[in-house]
Ligand binder design. Structure first.
Ligand SMILES: [Zn+2]
Length: 356
């Protein structure tokens, strides 16, 4: 076994070294890696040195989620993210957006509305990931040999077919220790990937230089307006109070992602709460205290499921629980967490909640 692959820091250094070498011409490598990190968080294996199977269509779904809001016009422009005239992943994403109607706020909503279009987007993105970024992620630019420290990529190449992928189980398998390593590194790796991504998009879209608009917010933030539709149903079900401090809320209070959007992009109702502007701003991208996550996963399921049915907006309860498990298991003991407005608490998992 390669012992260096199990050390998270070494793993992170190798990943970043490859990404920082040479000029990227598309953001697909960053997307593939970001999706891999999220997959590891939500599917953390029991033992630190376990392998992890990553089904390519699931990876494609995550990549689709990442590009979902990025393909919206920015300042009236369509942002380039690839040198090719036909940017496959962006086209597939746009086709699903068109098929599912303008107001589909998330991939899961689009999937419910237009299942056939969703399936063709997933098929196209699966193939594109296998033909492009996945066999370049472990190769220094300009080098012909791959150094497969994350997964075996020997069956992936520029012209690999869907049937070859199926013959390999339509999946890649992360080597021993890689899943735990990537999940533990998520808090460092994801922001680093976002910074590289923003730089790439600026370079590929020269018009952005002059105005310095909030490109990072457009690519990775979450539109407040997209979440607004859950505000009234939540107020009716849970009362017009801040989930964190209990204060009475005004008409246009924020909707907060309990597990930070910057760490795991989960938009399901089970990850959303009503918050006051003060708590929302103070919490920002911080990891919430365990007791807060415990309270949020214990909310009454039937109420959330009813809202989900009414709004056609999934709860993603299982996904939230799996992500919480992956996040907190990977944290070193004593790390500070956000426990309320201007309060922090050191993480203590000596008496873990059931879901960990
Ligand atoms: Zn509050």
């Amino acid at each position: 076994m390669q012992s260096e692959a199990v050390d998270p820091l070494m793993l992170g250094q190798r990943v970043v070294a490859i990404l920082e070498t040479g000029l990227r011409t598309a953001t697909y490598k960053l997307a593939a890696l970001m999706a891999l990190v999220e997959h590891c968080i939500e599917n953390l294996p029991e033992r630190p040195d376990d392998t992890l199977r990553v089904p390519l269509p699931e990876l494609a779904h995550r990549v689709l989620e990442i590009y979902w809001q990025q393909v919206r016009p920015f300042d009236g422009h369509e942002l380039r993210q690839s040198p090719q005239p036909r940017a496959r992943i962006l086209i597939a994403t746009n086709q699903l957006r068109a098929a599912s109607g303008r107001a589909a706020g998330s991939v899961d909503v689009a999937r419910l509305r237009a299942p056939a279009a969703y399936q063709s987007a997933i098929d196209e993105i699966t193939l594109c990931l296998a033909q492009q970024p996945l066999h370049r992620l472990q190769k220094l630019p300009g080098s012909s040999t791959s150094d497969p420290f994350l997964y075996d990529d020997s069956f992936l190449h520029d012209h690999v077919s869907r049937s070859t992928l199926r013959a390999h189980g339509d999946a890649i398998e992360l080597k021993p220790g890689v899943a735990h390593g990537l999940a533990r590194l998520a808090g460092l790796l994801k922001p680093a990937l976002e910074i590289m991504w923003v730089e790439d998009v600026r370079r590929m879209n020269r018009f952005l230089d002059a105005e310095v608009p909030d490109i990072a917010g457009h690519l990775f933030g979450r539109e407040r307006s997209a979440l607004a539709v859950v505000r009234e149903p939540f107020k009716e079900a849970f009362g017009p109070h801040c989930f964190y401090c209990g204060t009475h809320l005004p008409a246009n209070n924020p909707i907060d992602h309990v597990l930070p959007w910057s760490l795991v992009g989960i938009d399901g109702l089970s990850n959303l709460v009503l918050a006051c502007a003060r708590c929302n701003g103070d919490k920002s991208g911080a990891l919430p205290a365990l007791a807060i996550v415990d309270r949020v996963v214990q909310r009454e399921r039937p109420i959330l499921e009813q809202i989900a049915t009414d709004l056609q907006w999934p709860t993603q309860h299982e996904r939230v629980v799996a992500a919480a498990r992956g996040i907190y298991r990977g944290q070193p003991a004593g790390v500070p967490t956000w426990a309320g407005y201007k309060q922090s608490q050191r993480l203590d998992i000596s008496f873990p909640p059931r879901w960990i």
